[in-house]
Design a protein. Structure first.
Length: 581
């Protein structure tokens, strides 16, 4: 563009310079608020607590600004913040808390999950590796990802492996919440990028069942698909995961999901001048609110879901989506690395592939700082191994890929410290994402076929894959049907094996209670007990004797007794108990 002279870049540099004062903390984790005119010194109320996502979701934008401006300070500040957060992880569980003190580094809220307050921190660890090629970010992401699989969706949810209920980062075997928030809907999309397609399909289907049960996704919901917090803000995370699953599988089922989302938005959120948020999905009352992410993300992902690649002016494989669905070209961050962990590197913006950058920018070479070992805890051997596992012999799309061998030569099975990876001339590009090969082979193995023995047409192979994927969704649908039964039926089926009392009643013993068990939650409601979470994180149990099923005094008494035992068991955990009669 001959008429463009870096005006937008200069504005980006200006706003970046105005944000830099927020990083002047003892830990390097930025303050949650900064005055763009006066900095941080003249804030009326200086907040020193910030969420993990707030402090760890800047590396993509700040690194891009450093690449384009030639000033390494932006990426360095963001990298230091992420390193400081990584240092404060629990060394036993490798989990992160939700809110941290930016000066002391102490955790203020220690519940750990994948939803609000933490979500985009994990997202940016993976995407920072894809965009910047730095294995330190892949190592950190892999460490957290394994911890989440082990604890957040681990043995305590063995009967419901698609659930992601928060745990205490320092006591990961104990649940911190009995509900999930809608922001975790991004996780299936992230699992697709990692290559874990099967769990992504399962979690997405669970979310879709919550969606269908309540007509829209509520802001928070319980494991039995009920509303915990009924607000609906037209958030994009579920649409994003739907789009990524469709791109990974080409399963038309996800087009149907997208079509239902569009239809329901038109039915429930449409107003004369556009769209409005919903105050409560149980009443569908509108609220005067329309967030920027609806335009930036929700509508964008819906457009991409129904678009053919030929309809788009660019190739999306050459770009990384930020957490707000803005596009950053991977050509910005092609680094020339040395064998030893370098401190500095030259970056050339000249790409061998066609891109849309201005030619005057393409020819410029700048020197940028690479992330350094700020805290002395980088594991370069593990980082290098993970980096190699994320690459593999070049694979072509299409039916021919189904006849490839089942092992990637870059996998850990073939990894050797003596292998000269610099001589490998046929590797997958970083933009294919880590474990892209394993993802492809997973889809192949789902077909349970051998191409050399039973050759089939490409259409038949795709349909067989789609049927196999649908088998993953079937148990979730069956669970939704069971949970749609009456409370009495669910209670009877769930309590058959509990010891009967002399009066014939079947109370839920406190020792047996699990907040991630939908049947247990139904039994509590049967006894007139309702669970809720206070703003300070305390779990509240409320009993309304008028809400007891069949107005039974014995069941009401059983509820009171269960609440009393829960008080004794959890008194050291600061559970706030109410008994509303």
């Amino acid at each position: 563009m001959k008429w463009y002279s870096d005006e937008l870049l200069q504005m980006a540099i200006d706003i970046g310079n105005r944000l830099i004062p927020a990083f002047n903390t003892s830990t390097g984790i930025p303050l949650p608020r900064v005055n763009l005119r006066y900095g941080c010194d003249k804030l009326k109320r200086k907040e020193i607590h910030t969420c993990t996502a707030c402090g760890g979701t800047m590396i993509l934008e700040f690194a891009a600004l450093s690449r384009l401006s030639g000033n390494p300070i932006y990426e360095d500040k963001a990298a230091r913040a992420m390193a400081a957060l990584w240092k404060q992880r629990n060394r036993h569980s490798d989990l992160m808390g939700r809110v941290i003190n930016v000066h002391s580094g102490d955790w203020v809220r220690r519940e750990s999950g994948i939803g609000a307050g933490i979500d985009s921190y994990y997202e940016y660890l993976l995407k920072a590796f894809v965009l910047l090629g730095e294995p330190v970010y892949l190592h950190r992401f892999h460490t957290h990802y394994e911890a989440i699989k082990r604890y957040v969706s681990g043995p305590q949810s063995a009967a419901f492996p698609f659930l992601f209920l928060d745990v205490h980062m320092h006591r990961p075997s104990e649940r911190a919440r009995s509900f999930m928030d809608v922001l975790l809907s991004f996780w299936p999309g992230l699992q697709v990028l990692v290559g874990d397609v099967k769990p992504a399909v399962a979690l997405h289907e669970f979310l879709f069942q919550v969606y269908k049960r309540n007509k829209l996704l509520p802001e928070a919901f319980t494991p039995d698909l009920k509303v915990h917090w009924g607000e609906h803000l037209l958030r994009p995370e579920f649409v994003e995961s739907t789009y990524l699953l469709y791109r990974a599988t080409n399963d038309p089922y996800y087009l149907d999901v997208g079509a239902q989302i569009v239809a329901d938005m038109q039915r429930y959120a449409r107003v004369p001048c556009g769209f409005a948020a919903i105050e409560d999905v149980r009443t569908m009352k509108h609220v005067d609110r329309f967030d920027s992410f609806v335009l930036a993300e929700t509508f964008k992902y819906l457009y991409l879901l129904f678009s053919e690649p030929s309809d788009l002016p660019i190739s999306l494989s050459e770009y990384v989506f930020t957490t707000e669905a803005h596009l950053l070209p991977i050509s910005l961050s092609q680094l020339r690395r040395s064998e030893s962990p370098p401190e500095r590197s030259e970056y050339s913006e000249t790409s061998t592939t066609q891109n849309t950058l201005d030619p005057t920018i393409q020819a410029r070479t700048v020197t940028v700082e690479l992330p350094v070992d700020h805290h002395g805890d980088r594991d370069h051997v593990a980082e290098t191994k993970l980096h190699h596992e994320g690459q593999c012999p070049a694979i072509h799309f299409g039916p021919s890929s189904l006849s490839l061998s089942d092992e990637c030569k870059a996998s850990s099975r073939y990894f050797s410290d003596k292998l000269d990876w610099t001589q490998t001339d046929s590797m997958c590009r970083t933009i294919d994402g880590p474990h892209w090969y394993m993802n492809t082979m997973l889809l192949k193995n789902l077909t349970k076929q051998s191409m050399s023995v039973h050759p089939v047409s490409p259409d038949a192979a795709r349909k067989r894959i789609w049927r196999s994927i649908d088998l993953i969704r079937q148990p979730l649908r069956q669970m939704a049907v069971r949970l749609s039964e009456s409370v009495e039926q669910l209670t009877n089926s769930a309590t058959n094996q509990l010891p009967q009392t002399t009066s014939g009643f079947v109370p839920l013993r406190a020792v047996d209670f699990r907040p991630d068990n939908p049947a247990h939650l139904a039994i509590l409601r049967h006894m007139g007990i309702e669970l809720s979470m206070e703003s300070d994180g305390r779990l509240t149990l409320k009993q309304d004797q008028n809400a007891v099923s069949f107005c039974s005094c014995d069941i009401s008494f059983s509820g009171c007794a269960s609440m009393f035992v829960l008080v004794i068991r959890f008194i050291c955990k600061h559970i706030h108990i109410f008994n509303e009669s």
